[in-house]
Ligand binder design. Structure first.
Ligand code: UFG
Length: 333
């Protein structure tokens, strides 16, 4: 039987979907999460340990106690926008934590690490789609911390797969898994909010050099990201080399196209106000996903088409809105 897997940040948005996929594949899972941004409702599989992924004594003890053989490392701060105002906090959470984690895991006999990296490591691309050997020129402190954590992992003494997510989106509402960020900064949940509540979505910049003047991103379904982690883990466990892999679809969608998909899914118009560009935003990010297909046998499925993503996100959004209303936190949509 395969060794248990430690999942840091397993109560979070992408981490919880990966935990679900691991459990479905029959893997034993230990979730380590400090619940600073994670959700208790996501703790549905495996053993839960509440604590800090950057605490080497705790990580070492958990790895030894459970005989952990591999780590999926999701625990991190994740907002491009917030990182601009708190670069030191982002460095501690994303780089120092990773450094402590990898050393503790290595000393406890862990033989594989799969890391949540980001397309934010590339900065403004020189050409699209972006291959993994594109220079790393991050434009936000967030992207810089992910690039630095990749370097830490490359030298950490444990084979590591760095998965550079493009825009994680969608939900797995059948398992109660959905985006529950507070505050919510991401486009799709904000656009759903605007449609359902009749509020205004602020679009950050209408004068970008793109077809409709708004930023372009490569949205990939969270369930597809989860299976990519299993594929990367299998690659390392069969002796494959570490490295970096893009996780995206290879297709870009503009902010206005996302708004159109939200209007189709909800059947309601989205009121839009174009405001100045947001600091740290690159104009367009679209993956060249071929390396992941070649090395890991992974590619995005039909769930990652924009309409399918937004439909799942809307179901998830309604779940969260109903929970919030039940807790007295706001109107039911
Ligand atoms: N946007 C708006 N209005 C909003 C929110 C977002 O116009 O209210 C725009 C942004 O400017 C951007 C696009 O919608 O052009 C997507 O923004 P998100 O905040 O949803 O996502 P980001 O592209 O900023 O960042 C996400 C993840 C990062 C990751 C990055 C990689 O949050 O962790 O994708 O592509 F690094």
């Amino acid at each position: 039987m395969s060794a248990p897997v430690l999942v840091t940040g397993g109560a979070g948005y992408v981490g919880a979907s990966a935990v679900r996929a691991l459990a479905a594949a029959g893997r034993r899972v230990v979730v380590l999460d400090d619940l600073s941004t994670g959700t208790r409702a996501h703790l549905r599989w495996g053993t839960f340990v509440e604590g800090d992924a950057g605490d080497p004594a705790l990580v070492g003890r958990v790895c030894r106690e459970h005989g952990v053989g591999a780590v999926l490392h999701f625990a991190a701060k994740t907002s491009v926008e917030a990182s601009v105002g708190d670069p030191d906090g982002y460095f501690r959470a994303n780089v120092v934590t990773t450094s402590h984690l990898v050393r503790a895991a290595r000393d406890a006999g862990v033989r594989a690490i799969v890391f949540s990296s980001s397309a934010a490591v590339y900065g403004t691309p020189r050409a699209l789609p972006i291959p993994e050997d594109h220079p790393l020129e991050p434009e936000s402190p967030y992207g810089a911390t992910k690039a630095e954590a990749e370097r830490v992992l490359a030298e950490g003494g444990v084979p590591a797969a760095c998965l550079r997510y493009f825009n994680a989106a969608g939900a797995e509402p059948d398992a109660g898994l959905c985006e529950r960020h507070d505050p919510e900064t991401h486009l799709i949940p904000r656009a759903l909010d605007a449609a359902a509540r009749g509020s205004t979505l602020r679009v950050f910049g209408g004068d970008w050099p793109t077809a409709d003047g708004t930023c372009v991103r490569d949205y990939v379904h969270v369930a597809d990201l989860a299976t990519a982690h299993l594929a990367a883990l299998a690659h390392l466990e069969r002796g494959g080399r570490g490295g970096a892999w893009n996780l995206g679809t290879g297709r870009g969608a503009s902010v206005r196209e996302v708004v159109g998909a939200v209007e189709r899914a909800t059947g309601r118009p989205v009121r839009v106000e174009v405001v100045p560009r947001r600091r740290g935003d690159p104009v367009a990010l679209v993956a060249d996903p071929r390396r992941a297909e070649r090395d890991l046998g992974w590619r995005a499925t039909a769930r990652s088409t924009l309409d399918a993503i937004v439909a799942d996100a809307f179901t998830g959004w309604r779940t969260v809105a109903a929970e919030t209303a039940a807790a007295g936190g706001g109107p039911r949509p």
